[in-house]
Structure formats: C-alpha cells, structure tokens
Design a protein around this ligand. Structure first.
Ligand SMILES: N[C@@H](CCC(=O)N[C@@H](CS)C(=O)NCC(=O)O)C(=O)O
Length: 339
C-alpha cells in the first residue's frame, strides 16, 4: 500500500515537473508565437493607451517594445493585453501575458506571496492627490471627511487607509475599477479628490479639457517603485526582462541613442562594445542574439529617450525626470555593469 501510494505520488510529481518545465520556457514560447504578450493597463495616457489609429503607445508600451526588439528583433511584434489593478497578477500567473509592464509597485507581498518576480524600477513614483482648484484645498492635511476616488487592487487603496489613519482623519472611499471610471467620477464631482501615483495624476489631468482647473497637492504619501514583473519559475526569462531595462539605462549613461547607435558600434568604450554585441556575446548567455541591446536602442531608444518621448516635460504629461534622472545626474536610475 505504502509503495503504491509512493508510486502515485512519484507519478504525480513527475507529471507536475513536466508541466512546470513545459511552461517555463517563456522565451521559446514567445519566439514560436512570433509575438510578445505584454500585460498593460486598460489605458493611461503617456504610459499605455491606444492612439487615434488604435496603436498602443506610451512609456510602458515602449518597454514592452524594447523587450520584443530584444527577443524577436522586432519592436512592433507586441500585443497589449489589458488588465485592471485587480486582474493584472492573476492574468500574468495564468499565462495570459509573458510580462507585466503596467505601472506596478514593487511590494513585499506581491514579490513573495502573490508571487511575482520583479526586475528593477523603470519609474520611481509616489502617491499624490488631485483636487479641483475651486475646492480651495492646498494640502492633503485639509482632507478630513473628503470623498476620495480610489482604484481597487492597488497599493493606492492601502496607502490611503494608512495615511488617514495615522493622521487621525476620516474619508469616504468612492471605489472604481479602472482609470477611465476614475476620470469620469472625479470629473462628475462624485469625489472631492482623486488619489493615485503622482505620474498617474499628471497623466489623467492631461486628458481633461481644463487641466489648469485642477491642482495636484504637494504631499507625496508613499514610495511607489514601479517596475516590470514576470512569473516565478523561469530564470532565463526573468534575466532577460531585468537586462532589457538595464540596457536602456546603460545606453543613456553611455550616450548611446537611437540616432547614434550605428556610429557607437565603433566606440572606443569597451562597455559600449559589449552592450552592443560588437565584443563578446552577452546575448548568447541568455539565448538571445548578440545584437539584442542594439535592437532595443535602434528601434526604441535609451531610457531618457523613452521617458522624454512619452511623459517628459515637452509632452502634455509634463513630468520632470526628478528621481528618475540617472545617478550621474543626481537621480536613482542606475544600471549594474555590462560585463
Ligand atoms: N502603482 C500602483 C497603482 C497602479 C494603478 O493601477 N494605477 C491606476 C491609476 S494611475 C492605473 O494605472 N489605472 C489604469 C487602468 O485602470 O488600467 C499599484 O501598483 O498598485
């Protein structure tokens, strides 16, 4: 009896092992499919939203494109799989996407318990509040008793509760599922304030007919390190996503841009030559072509180009680099070395 049950357990374990290894080869799956499935938001201007032609654009979309350039050699070979705050992790872990590029905050519980693999920070953010100017509120400290539009399944929801509790204030939550619903409710006056990541507030305000009628309050009540995530169990794929992000940051630090990357193939900086695959074959170490990072930079650009094009000071979103400046400029963006 004991032997039989052991045999059954062994067979089940073997079957699970096979399933796990069959599902582990995300790189092979993506290459066989010829398309990268990125889980992105349902629509957040500047980060991930369809343009007038229905083509998805934005900061997170560009990182999805960068990943596709690295693994498929084609930044356009992407599919945007939309997810709300609540559905994103379930969708990722159910295999509906290969990677999550969706203004997602790294937290202990998400990393360890959901579980997810995180790969660094593509945007250092923090939670803020937006209110109509005519409300006359100048500070979050004046929000006692306010009604607050808040998206479910987010860190925003948890921080809001912490902030009001620790300041001895109360609020009435108006819960919403996605950013479109938040915009609608806030604009219709169903809540006094809208709270989310400060980048999300700027992005949302930029879509209003009268952005100047709204003020973003000075308080930032949390740390929101936003970054990509993948499933547990596929180290090769996790390494790829980590180094796609690092490649964009190193490229900026080294002055390699989409415009000069061909000239940079003749650089006299050995790290640039390793990054671009002219010397050595870093790409081969995780199953990619030697030119994987060249393709990212040529087709999508370096970190600074991605930032400025989508959300920078010359876009309607108008975000300064702030904490997202390179470490060499006093910011936090810092890539480990390419060697
Ligand atoms: N960073 C926070 C919040 C992320 C979040 O979902 N933000 C909202 C408001 S900016 C959003 O992106 N909405 C887009 C959507 O609904 O799809 C988190 O990871 O929980």
């Amino acid at each position: 009896m004991k032997n039989i049950s052991h045999a059954i357990i062994g067979a089940v374990a073997l079957a699970f092992g096979l399933v796990a290894s069959a599902g582990a080869g995300t790189l092979e799956d993506v290459q066989a499919r010829g398309e990268l499935n990125c889980i992105v938001s349902t629509g957040l201007q500047g980060f991930a939203a369809p343009n007038d032609e229905g083509v998805w654009e934005g900061f997170d979309i560009d990182f999805c494109r960068a990943t596709a350039a690295a693994v498929l050699g084609d930044a356009n070979a992407i599919k945007a799989v939309t997810a709300t705050g609540k559905t994103r992790f379930t969708k990722l872990n159910a295999g509906e996407g290969d990677v999550l590029w969706r203004n997602t905050t790294i937290t202990f519980v998400r990393d360890v318990d959901v579980p997810l693999r995180f790969h660094g920070v593509n945007y250092y953010d923090g939670q803020g509040f937006m209110a109509r100017k005519d409300l006359g509120v100048m500070s979050a400290a004046e929000l006692d008793g306010a009604s607050v539009c808040i998206q479910t399944g987010t860190t925003t929801e948890l921080n809001l509760a912490d902030y009001f509790r620790s300041n001895g204030m109360s609020y009435e939550a108006v819960t919403i599922e996605d950013n479109a619903e938040a915009r609608e409710n806030y604009q219709a006056g169903r809540c006094d304030v809208y709270t989310t990541d400060a980048s999300g507030l700027a992005a949302t305000r930029a879509t209003f007919p009268d952005p100047d009628a709204h003020v973003i309050l000075p308080e930032i009540i949390s740390k929101e390190p936003l970054g990509p995530a993948t499933r547990h169990g596929d180290d090769q794929w996790s390494d790829i996503v980590t180094w796609v992000l690092n490649a964009t940051v190193t490229a900026e630090e080294k002055g390699v841009t989409s415009a000069n990357v061909d000239d940079m193939m003749g650089s006299n900086d050995p790290e640039v030559l390793r990054l671009l695959g002219v010397e050595g074959n870093l790409g081969g170490m995780f199953g990619l072509n030697a030119d994987w990072a060249y393709q990212i930079i040529k087709q999508v650009g370096n970190y600074g180009e991605i930032f400025e094009r989508n959300i920078g000071v010359n876009t309607p979103i108008g975000l300064p680099r702030g904490l997202n400046a390179l470490w060499t400029d006093g910011g936090l963006q810092y890539s480990p070395p390419f060697r």
